[in-house]
Design a binder for this molecule. Structure first.
Ligand SMILES: *Cc1c(COP(=O)(O)O)cnc(C)c1O
Length: 495
């Protein structure tokens, strides 16, 4: 299976090459040349397997330069009972139609673990397969969840060092403590004076600075990233949609071949795009419901065909979806409109901040996708309603999706008989907001909110978040954004 760029001028590479490089040389994203298909009877076979076996079987269709044994070894370790107690991606029922796909049982309690537990293993193999002898320096700018999941995935991985930059006032207390107490000999964490964009721009500048690249090279290093635009993060996400379908078949909740809808709380469009690929492979998915918070740029796009980032940015209680540029949308445009048109849209986005796709492209997109959004008040109400009606505790992001799914079900007479809703974070990761939604009063400060929420609901604090305030803080450096290159150099010079 070869990989090519969404913008058509990035050459051809292997899966290992795509995972090592991250971004194609023309600025586009890597895509497989052709999408593999689920064979007749394959769902029934997969339904009998464990999660790691399902993951290895599905990944082996995409990563053909990795052997099945390599993939099975990596998946078995990545999705072990120790890392994902109780199973990697269990499905819970909410009433007759809604099925919640819980993606947050990993080491950092957010769905990023589903990809970032396996990707470092694929990355290390990619270095070997491509004959790389330098050490990778992975730089991550994070608004919270990605940083911690990347640190946990790459800690003590051979041939890799990782540094995470987060905005000093832009992450929750829980998220800050998760990163500041990170273990591992190859990790670094810095708080940057500025907002998320400052941190992200800082990383981008370092990546494209020829002098920095030379300094790294002279010291035996090269830059890499762990962002969701890397194919190594996307491919593992396809697995859990197929796995959820298999679980519903195995439980006889649906019959094999029954159509299900899928609803995903969306930011960078990676998670929902993985569901779209599962559909293209032949998984019986009807509509893909794209759920947004008050930053509803994707809702507007899916309804009008106009993607316009010239708008106010809102900070919400579902911060991992506070995004105005959904990078992975480029992959959908590529599949639907081809590389030439995609390159044109991306250029317009870069220069004018807006593009409009053709009616033909829009008709194709609307055949598979629809968009709904949920504002702050509605998110709180949904948290409360779901808890009252089903005794189910959902985090803020998952609640945006549940609200959107409900709106979809109310609108759509032709909805499938089941809708699989991706739940992307433990309610304890956003404990204050969840507590405040349930109790209608201010939550106790900091990590006390976790205990308060647990006391209120009787639901145990998600294991990786319990006792966070008792862990040793290892990283407390606050830096100016202009000092980001200097700290990167400190790392490669081993100071
Ligand atoms: C990253 C994240 C999202 C958004 O996922 P995308 O793949 O970027 O669309 C949603 N919820 C949570 C909790 C996340 O961490």
């Amino acid at each position: 299976m070869n990989y090519i760029s969404t913008r058509g001028n990035g050459g051809v590479t292997t899966a290992a090459g795509a995972i090592k490089k991250g971004l194609a040389s023309d600025g586009g994203l890597y895509m497989p040349e052709k999408l593999p298909e689920l064979k007749k009877g394959e769902i029934a076979e997969l339904a009998k397997m464990s999660y790691p076996e399902r993951a290895a079987a599905i990944l082996s269709k995409f990563l053909t330069d990795y052997t099945y044994e390599e993939l099975l070894d990596d998946c078995t370790e990545a999705y072990s009972e120790q890392r994902f107690p109780g199973g990697a991606a269990p499905v819970a029922a909410l009433g007759e139609k809604m099925r919640i796909l819980e993606l947050w049982h990993g080491p950092t309690a957010a769905f990023k673990d589903m990809a970032l537990q396996i990707m470092p293993r694929l990355f290390v193999r990619a270095l070997k397969k491509t004959g790389e002898d330098k050490t990778a320096l992975i730089l991550v700018a994070t608004s919270g969840d990605t940083g911690k999941a990347a640190l946990e995935g790459y800690k003590d991985v051979d041939g890799v060092k990782i540094a995470v930059f987060y905005p000093v006032d832009g992450v929750s207390r829980v998220q800050m403590l998760q990163m500041a107490t990170q273990e591992g000999g190859n990790v670094d964490v810095f708080a940057v004076k500025g907002n998320f964009d400052d941190a992200q721009n800082g990383v981008k500048k370092i990546f494209s600075d020829p002098e920095m690249i030379k300094t790294l090279n002279d010291n035996g290093y090269f830059f890499s990233s762990a962002n969701s635009i890397n194919w190594g993060r996307l491919a593992p996400q396809i697995v859990y949609y197929i796995s959820a379908y298999c679980d519903l078949v195995a439980e006889e909740d649906i019959a094999e071949g029954d159509v299900v809808d899928v609803c995903v709380p969306t930011g960078n469009f990676g998670n929902i795009f993985a569901a779209y690929i599962a559909k293209q492979m032949g998984l019986p998915i009807g509509k893909l419901v794209c759920a947004s918070n008050k930053n509803n740029i994707l809702t507007d796009f899916l309804r009008t065909g106009v993607y316009d980032r010239n708008r106010v940015f809102h900070t919400t209680m579902s911060p991992s979806m506070d995004i105005l540029i959904s990078s992975n949308l480029e992959r959908l445009l590529y599949l639907v409109a081809g590389s030439e048109e995609t390159a044109k849209y991306m250029n317009e986005l870069q220069t004018k901040g807006v593009y409009k796709v053709s009616d033909e492209v829009m008709a194709k997109i609307q055949k598979d996708f629809c968009g709904y959004y949920c504002d702050e008040e509605n998110t709180s109400e949904t948290i409360k309603n779901i808890y009252t009606s089903y005794n189910y505790l959902a985090d803020t992001h998952s609640s945006v999706a549940i609200s959107s799914a409900k709106q979809y079900l109310a609108d759509e007479k032709n909805a499938a008989k089941r809708i699989i809703i991706a739940s992307t974070a433990s309610p304890y990761k956003f404990a204050s907001s969840v507590y405040e939604a349930l109790k209608a009063e201010k939550a106790p400060e900091g990590t006390a909110a976790l205990d308060a929420l647990s006391e209120l609901t009787g639901v145990e604090v998600t294991a990786p978040l319990a006792g966070l305030d008792k862990k040793t803080v290892r990283f407390s450096r606050v830096i100016e954004k202009d000092d980001m290159p200097a700290v990167a150099i400190e790392i490669v010079k081993g100071k």
